[in-house]
Design a protein around this ligand. Structure first.
Ligand code: DP6
Length: 364
């Protein structure tokens, strides 16, 4: 995760997606969470992004996704306008951005987390190089997390390795609603072998966008209890992570997943995102755990796909279980084999096979 940009006008980063165990659901002010959340970064699901600054052309942002110009550029332009208050150099340049995901769009993996994570890392690097600041300092990661949050809340948890917490909690004085903090110290080694089998139930487009979803908490009858529950769950989960208590880990993780969906089912308007096959998978995972005594559990994002979490030492048994019992309930038998990851990486020039671009850029 180290290195310095060769030129102050080009930055390239690879940033992972993350999966929340204690869920962020509901926001206040500008991109601040109603409750603290805790997640871990994935290893195989990531975005690679390059940001090139240039002074020619009249388009503020040209955004290429998987090699083709994409309308997502409009959202990026709004985002850049927003953060230009902090980074005044942004107004002096046009941006050529290339982005690529390691996972299909339809995989139900939060692509906004890895996309804004990677973009924020590029912008932070450009800024730090520009102002002669150290790019491998705690300040660098904190700034990148804060910038990522402004693009998409969950993205602020993608810039660290392993587990992180976003939002104020009594657990850490350094915790903040503005940026995530890393939890790498003290987590029991049993969790370094955490695996995530993403069981694809339905790859269709989301029925509820996350911004609409978060707004449902504004007037929710259970808002206060949900906030209290998230604080309790984060305390319990953190303790489980420190002590290596897999049973407690499982209890909290499943409670959070189902609580997120309970919030959606009981909001106005309400959303029922779980499909019959999601429920079938949940029941089978629980039955398998009971019968085999192997520690497996599930978490779910705002969609129908099931993330089955398990531990490295049970890999063979769990993979056999997936093949034997679960694939029948996955769309076209699809699942993604992922695990806890070691966080973002700076990419050296030319590592990615971008379509060639001409740059009229000079150093900032
Ligand atoms: C259910 O981070 O996608 O995945 O801030 O509006 O971009 P925005 O929302 P987003 O919300 C993620 C919600 C979640 C839970 C989580 O990741 O904590």
């Amino acid at each position: 995760m180290t290195g310095t940009a060769k030129h102050a006008h080009l930055s390239q980063w690879k940033c992972p997606s993350n999966i929340a165990l204690v869920k962020y659901w509901g926001k206040r002010d500008f991109q601040k969470p109603m409750n603290p959340s805790l997640s871990f970064v994935l290893r195989n699901a990531f975005t690679e992004t390059s940001v090139e600054l240039h002074k020619n052309g009249d388009q503020k942002v040209t955004y290429y996704f998987e090699g083709a110009e994409s309308p997502f550029g409009e959202r990026i332009e709004k985002y850049l306008n927003h953060v230009s208050g902090q980074f005044t150099w942004i107004n002096k340049y046009n941006f050529r951005i290339h982005s690529h995901n390691s996972f299909p769009h339809s995989a139900g993996i939060a692509s906004s987390a890895s996309s804004f994570g990677a973009l924020a890392l590029c912008l932070t690097e450009l800024d730090f190089v520009h102002s002669g600041k150290e790019t491998d300092s705690p300040e660098f990661w904190q700034k990148a997390s804060e910038l990522a949050r402004m693009g998409s809340g969950s993205a602020c948890r993608s810039v660290y390795s392993g587990f992180s917490i976003w939002g104020q909690t009594q657990l850490f004085e350094s915790s903040s609603d503005e940026h995530a903090i890393t939890l790498s110290d003290g987590v029991n080694p049993v969790f370094s072998g955490l695996r995530d089998a993403i069981l694809m139930v339905d790859s269709g487009t989301k029925e509820v966008s996350s911004s609409v979803g978060h707004r449902l908490m504004d007037e929710h009858h259970y808002q206060r209890s949900r906030i209290a529950q998230a604080h309790e769950n984060i305390n319990e989960l953190y303790l489980a992570l420190l002590t290596g208590d897999q049973e407690k880990f499982i209890a909290v993780v499943e409670n959070e997943a189902l609580s997120l969906h309970a919030m959606m089912m009981t909001s106005n308007p309400s959303f029922l995102l779980l499909k019959p096959n999601s429920l079938e998978l949940i029941n089978r995972i629980r039955r398998f755990r009971e019968k085999s005594q192997i520690p497996v559990c599930f978490t779910i994002d705002a969609g129908p796909n099931i993330h089955m979490l398990y531990f490295q030492e049970n890999e063979l048994d769990v993979k056999a279980f997936i093949e034997r019992e679960l694939l029948a309930f996955c769309e076209n038998g699809k699942w993604i084999d992922d695990r806890i990851g070691s966080g973002p990486e700076r990419l050296s020039d030319g590592l990615m096979d971008w379509p060639s671009t001409s740059s009229g850029a000079g150093p900032i």
